[in-house]
Ligand binder design. Structure first.
Ligand code: PTJ
Length: 268
């Protein structure tokens, strides 16, 4: 069993440890799948390499994503265990300001997890959560996993779907069905990142609050302006910019070798 720890305020990686604790707590309460802890580790590794900050290409992707969410007719935010654990409050706020529906969609689906995730979302203000129980009885035949089970009032009829922390095959299927998919994924090389219409390569805990700020700025713009922002966004080029950033950052670090200010023995 995992021990709960008190995170020291002065620990150099306090925020990262806090986020881990949040995931562990939500794993214990049945919200996060055990594989969700592994997925988080993968995300952390990419975040470390990206410098744990929102990059310019990510900002550009968030702006384009905000534009397509604001012009969507049936937008849906798909929520899995990790997204609920890390960003439930922001997801609910984003759904309110964009009128997007919230739908639980799980790779490791069980009715206990559906209910646990619904509860987490309701605790922070969600009034309607789709994709739970019988409501998730529609099927996307192109998807092999449990993710094929969707809500006929949600993802099935959506024109835009926001998928934070996906696992690949569903994004490809949704795009093939003619839907626009916005992915939030720290790994620019993942299948989700590669197949999405707009890929935000950023940590969900940073990306959604920025998303909300940008929606706030764009919501008064006319439809034409929003459509222009969306249509001039190039996902392939933006992903390339992120990969180039990683490349340049690693080259700089490689030149330095030791880059943290480690004290000399006599200074200790
Ligand atoms: O809750 P369930 O049952 O739907 O399962 C959810 C997981 C995440 C276990 C499932 O979707 C899965 O196995 O996902 P993958 O294939 O491990 O992909 C998760 C992706 O999210 C990886 O590319 C990670 O780099 C990325 N990721 C992890 N943490 C974050 C993240 N992206 C953004 N923000 C994060 N905090």
């Amino acid at each position: 069993m995992t021990e709960e720890i008190k995170i020291p305020q002065k620990h150099p990686r306090t925020e990262s440890l806090r986020i881990r604790e949040r995931l562990i707590k939500n794993f214990k309460s049945g919200v996060v799948a055990s594989a969700g802890l592994i997925a988080h580790g993968r995300g952390e590794a990419f975040d470390y390499i990206l410098g744990e900050k929102t990059t310019q290409p990510a900002l550009k992707a968030i702006e384009a994503a905000a534009a397509i969410l604001l012009t969507a007719e049936h937008p849906v935010i798909s929520v899995n265990g990790n997204a609920a654990a890390l960003a439930s409050k922001d997801i609910v706020e984003l759904s309110k300001i964009t009128k997007a529906k919230i739908e639980v969609n799980l790779f490791y689906r069980s009715s206990e997890r559906e209910i646990a995730i619904k509860r987490v979302l309701e605790e922070v203000g969600a009034t309607k959560v789709l994709g739970v129980g019988e409501a998730a009885s529609a099927r996307i035949s192109e998807v092999g996993s449990e993710r094929r089970r969707v809500d006929s009032k949600g993802i099935l009829i959506a024109d835009v779907v926001l998928v934070p922390l996906e696992d690949g095959d569903r994004t490809e299927a949704l795009v093939r069905m003619g839907k626009k998919v916005i992915a939030i994924d720290l790994n620019p090389l993942s299948r989700t990142a590669q197949f999405a219409t707009i890929t935000i390569v950023d940590n969900i805990v940073r990306a959604i609050p920025i998303f909300i700020e940008i929606i706030d700025k764009l919501k008064t713009k006319d439809k034409k302006k929003l459509e222009h922002i969306a249509s001039t966004f190039d996902n392939k080029r933006t992903l390339g910019e992120v990969i180039d950033l990683i490349h340049r950052r690693l080259s700089e670090l490689a030149e330095k070798g030791v880059y943290l200010p480690i004290l000399e023995v006599e200074e200790l």
